[in-house]
Design a protein around this ligand. Sequence first.
Ligand SMILES: Nc1ncnc2c1ncn2[C@@H]1O[C@H](COP(=O)(O)OP(=O)(O)O)[C@@H](O)[C@H]1O
Ligand SMILES: [Mg+2]
Length: 473
Amino acid sequence: MLAFFFIIGLSFLLMASTLINMLGDYLFDVRIQGDRAGLEKWAVQAVDDLSRGSASGIDAVVRKAGAELGGRVLLLDKDGKVQSDSYQTAMGQRLHYPEVTSILISGQTADYGVHSLTSGEAVSRLNLLSFASRDEWASYSSAGIVESSHVIGVLLLISSVKEMMNSLLLLQNNMVLLFVGVALAAVIAGMVFSRVLTQPISDMTRVIKSMSKGDLGVRAQVKGSGEIRQLALAFNSMSDQLESLNQTRNQFVSNASHELKTPLATMKIMIESLIYQPDLDPELRTEFLSDVNQEINRLSSIVSDLLTLVHADSRTTRLNRERMSLAEVVKDTQHRLAPIAEQNGQEITLNLTDSCDMYADKAKLQQVVYNLMENAVKYTPQNGWVKVSLTRIGRDAILTVSDSGAGIPKENLPHVFDRFYRVDKARGRESGGTGLGLSIVQQYVNLHGGNVSVASEEGQGAVFTVELPLNKG
Ligand SMILES: Nc1ncnc2c1ncn2[C@@H]1O[C@H](COP(=O)(O)OP(=O)(O)O)[C@@H](O)[C@H]1O
Ligand SMILES: [Mg+2]
């Protein structure tokens, strides 16, 4: 701001002083021409009277010339002695002004100069410095009185340049005022402009600060147009994501704690009864201990599912891709689940139309297929059926797992992939489910660039469909 002022001020000063000097020069030139023309006219009229030595004639000429030219007129003889003075004060004195000697000695016909009335200093021209001193200035104009090419005297006109100086001073003052006005306007305009520019940015800075202090609910104001508006929009959408991430995380932590606390509470009750009832029936004792053991299994499966999820969560998760056949994975899984299915009197049928060779993380896809088929077996009553089909459509492998179970009510469908979500809380826990299986499925399928969806009608079983890109590597 200061530098800005300095530059503007300097250029303005330069401009103003040049202008004033030019104007001053012009005014003086006009004045010189006028004075000279007038003086030369009167010098001609004075020739006769001076050569005749007529004092009254000379006085008359000097008086008339003074009245006409508006100043003090003096007539000097060829020795520089005052013969007549319209002010009557310098009679008989010898004057050695440069304007006089230049005519009497150097032989000029006319001359001009400026004198300070206060200090007597003579200058050839007025300049800016003359303004600085508060002196009064007067212009001295002289013209030779010539009789047949002999200089016989000098006519001198002394007139104040006060009026001209005053008008120049006024001009100078006006210029200063104008400069102050322009500078002030520039500063105000600059401030307003920079405020308009920086206001949204400082607004946003405030929002970011309060956000970093933990207030995730604040949003930047979207106003104006262009980049600032884009920035505010981008920032707000980022904030939305942060807030929802934070909510999800809190929900997750509270769900996880709850899920871990339930088995712990059950175990505590059973262990306390074992401690306080030492003479417990051995059969009941064994039953309690095996219940405790089951709860421990449950806890460890929750913890391992959680670990799986957290690992899959991190953006840095790398897939251990290898050449594999999805059809083989389905067959393996059927083998693993066969004992349970047999126990339930369920039939698992496979319909594999393509081997679906792909370049993928085998362990993760095994988990995907297992979780889906296990659910189908688990949520299908005795003597039901489970069908698994695998086909290839274009560059995608399509895996569907359907069953003849109870299905999923419409209102619960959007949530089955949520962490810890179970349609029937009691039944889920009793069957050992953690509610994390489908979350893991979704996570792993997404990591492979695929997609998983569910369709179900209550009472008519469920159909889970996985689409996986056949990445051939
Ligand atoms: N094939 C299915 N038939 C009916 N309900 C299902 C099926 N698969 C999943 N569900 C419902 O979705 C919920 C979430 O499944 P999941 O994430 O695997 O958790 P878990 O199996 O541990 O309960 C299950 O609790 C169940 O209510
Ligand atoms: Mg499950």
